[in-house]
Write a protein that binds this ligand. Structure first.
Ligand code: PGA
Length: 250
């Protein structure tokens, strides 16, 4: 069944780059061809220009967040419906930095998932444990709770539109990557949990990306794991050559 999952390499640009740099990076990744789906997630303010540059290429565009409320009086926010109106196909939901610094709660993430799916924007739902939990060895229970609280309210049909990203917090931006075995163990656990909730078929179809200091020199070993269906790439996605090398590792 793993054969039926095409890998996805997604670049999370986070709150980096100015307009000129974002345009240059988009132009530089535009020509990447890989044996995988490709996407970049720029800041909201660059979505339109990056999307225009990447039109007709193999690289699609996603947003890093959306609002937990529908349209209306929510100053400073961006709704999933707005993303849909811009033909943005993807949105990251529940990145650990959103949870840590911007008060994203499990209940709020559940609403974001529902709004994104209702608007027709495909969520990339992020989960992953902090270092203290990994050191205690309770990472599976921790991640399962994240899935149960935000994701498992969705129907099986909705779940088929969702991509997961496992991002151990201790590996994000630290240069400390999960070993391929650590990644594979957690991805297999997540897939088993999906199978229990949604059945084997949905679990087998769902892509689970790895994120956390994924670089050109460790990408191939991570992507070779049977349950790792690609990567969510932060720092290395800001360099076109590194992003291309990671995509070529598929
Ligand atoms: P990193 O970030 O690759 O810089 O560790 C990954 C992420 O947070 O998506």
């Amino acid at each position: 069944m793993a054969m039926s999952r095409r890998k996805l390499i997604a670049g999370n640009w986070k709150m980096n780059l100015g307009a000129a740099e974002a345009t240059m990076l988009a132009a530089a990744v535009k020509s990447i061809q890989a044996n995988a789906d490709l996407a970049v997630f720029p800041s909201f303010v660059f979505l339109n220009s990056v999307q225009q540059i990447l039109a007709g290429s193999a690289v699609s565009v996603g947003a890093q967040n959306c609002c937990a409320y529908d349209n209306g009086a929510y100053t400073g926010e961006v709704s999933a419906a707005m993303l849909a109106s811009m033909q943005i196909p993807w949105v990251l939901i529940g990145h650990s930095e959103r949870r840590e610094y911007f008060g994203d709660t499990p209940a709020g993430l559940k609403r974001k998932l529902e709004l994104a799916l209702a608007a027709g924007v495909k969520p990339v739902f992020c989960c992953g444990e902090p270092l203290a939990i990994r050191e205690k060895g309770t990472q599976e229970a921790y991640v399962l709770e994240q899935l149960q609280q935000s994701l498992f309210g969705l129907s099986a049909a909705q779940m088929q539109q969702v991509t997961l990203a496992y991002e151990p917090i201790w590996a994000i931006g630290t240069g400390l990557t999960a070993t391929p075995q650590q990644a594979q163990d957690m991805h297999a656990f997540i897939r088993k949990s999906l199978a229990q909730q949604y059945g084997a078929e949905v679990a087998a179809q769902t892509r689970i990306l790895y994120g956390g200091s994924c670089k050109p020199d460790n990408a191939a070993a991570l992507f070779a794991c049977p349950d790792v269906d690609g990567g969510l790439i932060g720092g290395a996605s800001l360099k076109a050559a590194d992003f291309a090398a990671i995509a070529a590792a598929v």
